[in-house]
Design a protein around this ligand. Structure first.
Ligand code: UD1
Length: 353
């Protein structure tokens, strides 16, 4: 039985790693296609090395472009690859353009699609990721869900129960497996992080492409940076916007994106995290670190109801919220966030030859 995994952007890589490892243990044949949506060392190659993922068999090298152009390039370049490989399953991850684009190709060629992280909804169609989730789930033949709320959503949307399998959160597999390596980097200590520090990640168009929002967030963070160390490893698009706007960053320690283990080391000991990422909402819940998400909604409500996540609707309250944050006595782990989700994905696929 042959699996063809597609990944393209940073958040895909920690999800692929445990699935690939578990499928290898079952003796399944596997091919990895990287679309090239992310291509910087820190956004891509470093993750493959750190997470022991084999080099991609094919790289479509699509690079950055508008959503239409990037999606179209992936569709065009992926079709001959899929025709040549003829896998039993296309396995796609999360909600990035690479996920949706390759699902469309597979659906038209009659190749079965398994979607890892199915059923998440923000119910906000201004987010490109929401469109990608909706299209991918409609086309997928196997809907592998990270939390039980996703099962309920998919059933309500009319997906047959036979196609929905609750497997848990594969990214949390990678997180648990990586904690010793994260600690071994000594990164947080080297950076002078003392537990009162705050870690920031921001890249969503709704935050960084809106000058007013970006200025307000940075004013709150700059105020925090007077009493706490604020680390802000910034996504390339965020760096571009900050430079273009000439925003005052106070003492914020802004820099390039950092490696996965380094980020984990910084986050696990943080007082709080400020983010608009999907994955970081989940990682902070698993680690029991207070998380403030700068979005009006989340496709991961379980991180609010069972975890440490809080949506920040009024950005001018951010500084006060961060100052007042406290850690729970012990992290609460949603069902299926147990480090074995990759094994359940591989088993679900192996059971459907
Ligand atoms: C993508 C995903 C988003 C995910 C994020 C994680 C979609 C729709 N969005 O958003 O869900 O949370 O990845 O990072 O797929 N760039 C570089 N180097 C790179 C990659 C990007 O400089 O290696 C810059 C380019 O200027 C590019 C911009 O970042 O135009 C945006 O990249 P893109 O992949 O289009 O979307 P992300 O914002 O990264």
């Amino acid at each position: 039985m042959k699996l063809l995994h597609v990944v393209g952007a940073r958040p895909n890589f920690p999800k692929l790693a445990p699935v690939h490892r578990a499928a290898r243990a079952l003796g399944l044949e596997q091919v990895i296609v990287h679309t090239g949506q992310h291509y910087d060392e820190a956004m891509s190659a470093g993750f493959f090395r750190d997470l022991d993922i084999p080099e991609p068999d094919v790289n479509l090298e699509v690079g950055s472009a508008s959503h239409a152009v990037q999606t179209a390039r992936i569709i065009e370049r992926f079709e001959p690859v899929l025709l040549a490989q003829r896998p039993d399953w296309l396995v796609v991850y999360g909600d990035v353009n690479s996920t949706m684009a390759t699902a469309i190709v597979a659906a038209k060629l009659g190749v079965r699609i398994a979607h890892v992280e199915a059923g998440l909804r923000s119910n906000d169609r201004t987010m490109p990721e929401e469109i990608n989730r909706l299209v991918t789930d409609r086309l997928a033949d196997l809907l592998l869900t990270p939390s039980t709320d996703a099962d309920v959503t998919l059933q309500a949307e009319g997906e047959p129960a036979s196609e929905i399998v609750f497997v848990g959160n594969v990214m949390i597999d990678t997180l648990y497996a990586s904690l010793p390596k994260a600690e071994a980097t000594g990164y947080a200590q080297r950076m002078g992080a003392d537990g009162s520090h705050v870690v920031v990640t921001l890249h969503r168009p709704s935050n960084v492409d809106d000058p007013e929002r970006l200025r307000t967030v940075c004013a709150e963070l700059a105020a925090l940076s007077r009493s706490r160390t604020v680390y802000f490893p910034a996504h390339p698009r965020t760096q571009q916007r900050l430079t273009a706007l000439g925003v005052d960053l106070g003492n914020i320690r802004i820099g390039d994106p950092i490696a996965y283990f380094e980020m984990l080391d910084l986050v696990r000991g943080a007082h709080a995290v400020v983010t608009d990422s999907g994955g970081v909402q989940e990682e902070t819940t698993a680690l029991g670190v207070p998380c403030f998400t700068l979005r009006p909604n989340t496709e991961r409500p379980i991180t609010v109801s069972e975890g440490t996540n809080q949506l920040v609707l009024d950005l001018t309250t951010l500084g006060g919220l961060v100052e007042a944050a406290t850690r729970p006595a012990a992290p609460r782990r949603p069902a299926g966030w147990d480090g074995r989700a990759g094994e359940r994905v591989a088993a679900a696929l192996a059971a459907r030859p």
